[in-house]
Design a protein around this ligand. Structure first.
Ligand code: PEP
Ligand code: MN
Length: 355
């Protein structure tokens, strides 16, 4: 199924890159919400985020201020003119958020991992025209990410954006959630007209990672950023380590280098032509290699030899790894290329032998 999308067309927001959404992880008090919103407005932010209902890993923590916080969001809108957005995880949240005139809804990573929950939200959105921002599921499953957006789209929502916030890691790594950039890049390839945002706050889990992750997202052609910002981050009731003051956010945004994503220059076209030619040569060479590999299979069959000879495989991996390093490529890259080539070669030999 294809997504039937319309441009986001957010009132009062220009279409420049990056489009920035900022605000606290959670709405805590009226004062915290209003102070943060005023400070964000003063640095030019037009879309204010705050979680009203918070999905927490364990019970007993702060689970969001609930409906009362929606009146503060209305106040933000009235006083600053910013658009507002919050996370919805149930039909009831949708109903309450719509009643409070929230401008954009977002679906969180735990919810997007659950098709029942997404369908319930989609049903509640039937006949409503509101932009929906859709986070990747916590598990690295592109089909589930796309499938969830299809559910929302099938309910008639045409203004959809994806948010890449990284994927759960079991082992302790520097990121709170692994970026696995190849997944959003594949999403861009599959659905080129889907705007895509990066959430460096939840991806990094630490303030220091917001700037480098945002830069990486810009370099990869992301359309926007959603960043957690709090007037007093150290005292935040949730996600304290990953929030920055509006001042620091401004500092980060001012230093972002935003490169053009258009593909219009002649120089680039020339370089791409060279790449296309080289790729053709690679394919031709690979196919020659497979042909010889099939000849080897016939020889092995006639001499009653096993298809895989571990010594030879090991020798290939080591030699090619060393050759690759001499040519400026990493040994990991060489291993993965030659493992893949070897796998296809074995597959072809087995197919031939069993004919
Ligand atoms: C959030 O944005 O506050 C949040 C809970 O994010 P995620 O769903 O990405 O964990
Ligand atoms: Mn958060």
């Amino acid at each position: 199924m294809e997504l039937d999308l319309l441009p986001l067309n957010l009132p009062g927001v220009d279409n420049k890159r990056p489009l920035v959404i900022a605000g606290p992880c959670s709405a805590e008090t009226e004062e915290q919400v209003m102070t943060t919103a005023r400070e964000l407005q003063s640095i030019g932010i037009n879309i204010f985020r705050a979680g009203i209902w918070k999905p927490r890993t364990k019970p007993g923590g702060f689970e969001g201020i609930g409906e009362e916080g929606l009146t503060w969001m209305q106040e933000v809108k009235k006083e600053t003119g910013m658009l507002t957005t919050t996370e919805v995880a149930t039909a009831k949240h949708v109903e309450q958020a719509l009643k409070a005139d929230i401008d954009i809804l977002w679906i969180g990573a735990r919810t997007s991992a659950n098709p029942f929950a997404v369908q319930e939200i989609a049903d509640a959105l039937q006949g409503v025209d509101i932009p929906v921002f859709y986070k990747n599921p916590v598990n690295p499953d592109l089909e589930l990410w796309i499938g969830g957006m299809e559910r929302i789209n099938a309910a008639g929502i045409k203004r959809i954006a994806a948010i890449h916030r990284g994927f759960t890691a079991y082992e302790k790594v520097i990121y709170r959630n692994l970026p696995m950039w190849h997944i959003p890049i594949e999403l861009m390839r599959r659905i080129p007209n889907l705007p895509i945002f990066c959430d460096p706050s939840h991806m990094g889990g630490r303030r220091e990672l917001i700037a480098p992750l945002s830069q990486q997202a810009m370099d990869l052609g992301f359309d926007g950023l959603i960043i957690e910002s709090h007037c007093n981050p150290d005292k935040a009731w949730s996600d304290a380590k990953q929030q920055v003051t509006p001042d620091v956010l401004n500092f980060i945004l001012e230093r972002l280098i935003v490169r053009n994503t258009g593909e219009t220059t002649e120089d680039l076209r020339q370089l791409r032509k060279q790449i296309d030619e080289l790729d053709e040569k690679i394919i031709e060479t690979l196919s020659k290699r497979m042909r010889i590999s099939r000849e080897i299979a016939i020889y092995k069959k006639e001499h009653n030899m096993a298809v895989v000879q571990p010594n030879r495989y090991d020798e290939i991996l080591n030699k090619r790894g060393a050759q690759g390093i001499l040519c400026g490529m990493s040994s990991e890259f060489m291993s993965s290329v030659f493992e893949a080539i070897h796998e296809e070669s074995v597959r072809q030999q087995i197919e031939l032998i069993n004919k």
